[in-house]
Design a protein around this ligand. Structure first.
Ligand code: FPP
Length: 248
């Protein structure tokens, strides 16, 4: 078997990988199972991807676990997703600590069910000292919500005289976002063949390489991550420059 991992250039890794985990429902349907079974099966992919990213030396892995729009799903599915989240977070803290991985979360967390908030808060506290990689869960997250929040926070600082409008630059704005302190993702992956961004990290992905794979999330494995990174590493990142300038 081809060893994909050994082909990855660890000197040229994305510092931050963001993933839109999609296709759990369709995967379940393909297997003649209820949608929730797809979400449950997706947990294994979360585990494998996290482990693979940490082993390679990726610094931040952000997973879109629940979007603001996901509240529109049938109540039964929303409840099942929340329960799965709590259960997974509780169960995985030990493994996170063993692997020196810190948990963080972005999103409108105050609107999550009390139980989810508590489990999340505890796991974040219990892993706060870990330094190998940060696993960021986007929960009740939407990029438009995040940007509106940043705008409101900056506006109120201007109102109260703690900030001038002239002082607002890209850095100040970035620091008002939920991702403050994190590098922007160099690589954004979406599974399941959909080619949309779906309100995910709109500001932060200005220069990200986008990678779309038909693989449904529950089938995403370590090799799938290596394949995405290899694809990224074969691209030329120009940031508006010419090829000749980049080659210098
Ligand atoms: C998208 O598939 C997936 C989700 C909305 C939820 C992702 C959640 C998990 C993998 C479970 C636990 C996660 C963590 C981080 C503990 P979909 O339901 O939109 O699939 P479809 O497009 O085929 O219907």
């Amino acid at each position: 078997m081809e060893d994909l991992k050994s082909q990855v250039d660890t000197e040229n890794l994305p510092r931050h990988i963001a993933i839109i985990m999609d296709g759990n429902g369709r995967w379940a349907k393909q297997h003649g199972k209820p949608r929730v079974f797809g979400h449950q099966s997706g947990v294994k992919s979360v585990r494998e991807t996290t482990e693979a990213a940490a082993e390679l030396g990726v610094e931040y892995l952000t997973l879109y676990a629940f979007s603001t729009e996901n509240w529109n799903r049938p109540k039964f599915e929303v409840n099942a997703l929340m329960a799965l989240l709590v259960e997974t977070i509780r169960k995985e803290v030990k493994t996170l600590n063993k692997n020196n991985i810190r948990l963080a979360a972005i999103g409108d967390l105050g609107r999550l069910p009390e139980k989810s908030q508590k489990a999340l808060k505890k796991a974040i506290e219990d892993t706060a000292g870990n330094t190998r990689m940060t696993l960021v869960l986007a929960l009740n997250y939407s990029a438009k919500w995040e940007i509106m929040n940043a705008v409101k926070s900056l506006a109120s600082q201007v109102e109260s005289g703690n900030l001038t409008s002239e002082a607002i630059d890209e850095e100040v704005f970035s620091n008002a976002l939920a991702t403050r302190g994190m590098p922007d993702p160099e690589l954004l992956i979406r599974t399941s063949g959909e080619t949309r961004i779906s309100n995910f990290l709109l500001w932060q992905i200005a220069y990200s390489e986008l990678y779309f794979t038909p693989t449904f999330w529950p089938d995403f494995r370590k090799d799938s991550l290596y394949t995405a990174i290899l694809d990224y590493q074969n691209r030329e990142r120009r940031f508006g420059k010419t090829s000749e300038q980049v080659a210098k």
